[in-house]
Design a protein around this ligand. Structure first.
Ligand code: ATP
Length: 264
C-alpha cells in the first residue's frame, strides 16, 4: 500500500486546559496532554472519568467551555465535526455507524467523499475527469481494504460481516479520509479474543506503516498497555496521570482511582 498519503505530514495534537461543564457538573477540568506525531496515545479512566467527553471535544462534537485543541499550527477549537474531519482528524464510533445494506466497498467510498474534487454535474455527465477520479478512489479503497485485511470482503454487505470485521470496516472507512490523526472509540469493545488481537495488530500497523497518530479510548487494559506509547489517565474530569504505560500502571493515584480506595 502507498503509505505516503497523510495530507500535511506529521503534527502534534495539543490539548491545552480544556474544561467542559454540563449544568453544574465539570466533565473535564482543565485537561492538557499532547499526542506526539505517529504515536498511539490512550486516554483511560474509570466510568464517568470524562473520556467520551474528551473524545467529543477532539472531534468537534462537543464544544469546550475553555481551553484549546490544536493540530500543529491549526486551531481546531470550536470547529464543527465536518471541519475537524476536513483538517485531518477522523474518528470511529463506539457503536457501529455503517449503512447496513451498503457493500464494504461503498462504505469505504463514503470515507473518500471529502477528497472528491469532481462536482456532481461532471459525475452526472460521466465526464472523463470524473471517471478517472472515481477509478483512483476505488484503487485507494482496495489498497486500504487490503491493509486492514478486508480485501476479500469488498463486495459483501458490510452489515452481514462478523462484528469484529464490521469494526474493521469502520476503521478502514476512517483511514479512507487520509487522516493525520485517528480517534478510536473503544475499537475492541465486544470482540472475541482473536478479533481483539487482529484489531490491535491493525492499529499498530496504522501507526507503524502509515505514521498516523492515534488517540485511543479503550477499557481493555491489555490492549492499552500493549499498544500505547503514552497514556493519559482521567478521573472525575481531572488528569491524574500522564506517561508511558509502565509509569501510569504503577502510579498510586491511578491505582486508587481504579480500585476506589480512599485518598490518604
Ligand atoms: N451531555 C451530557 N449532559 C450532562 N452530563 C454529561 C453529558 N455527557 C457526559 N456527562 C457527564 O460527564 C461525566 C463524564 O462523562 P463521560 O461520558 O465523558 O465519561 P467516560 O469516562 O466516557 O465514562 P464511561 O467509561 O462510563 O463511558 C459523567 O458524570 C457524565 O454523566
Amino acid at each position: 500500500m502507498n503509505t505516503n498519503r497523510s495530507p500535511c505530514g506529521a503534527a502534534a495534537l495539543r490539548v491545552t486546559d480544556v474544561t467542559v461543564r454540563f449544568a453544574g457538573l465539570t466533565a473535564l477540568d482543565s485537561v492538557s496532554f499532547t499526542v506526539e506525531p505517529g504515536s498511539v496515545h490512550a486516554v483511560i479512566g474509570p466510568n464517568g472519568a470524562g473520556k467520551s467527553t474528551c473524545f467529543n471535544v477532539l472531534s468537534g462534537v462537543c464544544r469546550a467551555n475553555s481551553g484549546s485543541v490544536r493540530l500543529g499550527d491549526t486551531e481546531l477549537t470550536g470547529l464543527p465535526p465536518h471541519r475537524v474531519a476536513a483538517l485531518g482528524v477522523a474518528r470511529t464510533f463506539q457503536n457501529l455507524a455503517l449503512p447496513p445494506r451498503a457493500t464494504v466497498a461503498d462504505s469505504l467510498l463514503l470515507g473518500r467523499h471529502r477528497l472528491t474534487r469532481t462536482g456532481f454535474l461532471a459525475a452526472g455527465l460521466r465526464l472523463p475527469s470524473a471517471a478517472r477520479e472515481a477509478r483512483a478512489h476505488l484503487r485507494r479503497v482496495h489498497e486500504i481494504a487490503a491493509f486492514v485485511g478486508l480485501a476479500d470482503d469488498l463486495e459483501k454487505p458490510a452489515g452481514a460481516l462478523p462484528y469484529g470485521q464490521q469494526k474493521l470496516v469502520e476503521l478502514a472507512r476512517a483511514l479512507c479520509m487520509e487522516p493525520r490523526v485517528l480517534l478510536l472509540d473503544e475499537p475492541v469493545a465486544g470482540m472475541t479474543a482473536d478479533e481483539r488481537r487482529a484489531t490491535a495488530a491493525v492499529i499498530a500497523g496504522v501507526r507503524d506503516g502509515l505514521g498516523i497518530s492515534i488517540v485511543l479510548v479503550e477499557h481493555d487494559m491489555g490492549v492499552v498497555m500493549r499498544l500505547a506509547d503514552a497514556v493519559t489517565v482521567l478521573d472525575l474530569g481531572r488528569r491524574i496521570a500522564d506517561g508511558t504505560p509502565a509509569q501510569v500502571q504503577n502510579d498510586p493515584a491511578v491505582v486508587r482511582a481504579y480500585l476506589g480506595a480512599p485518598t490518604p
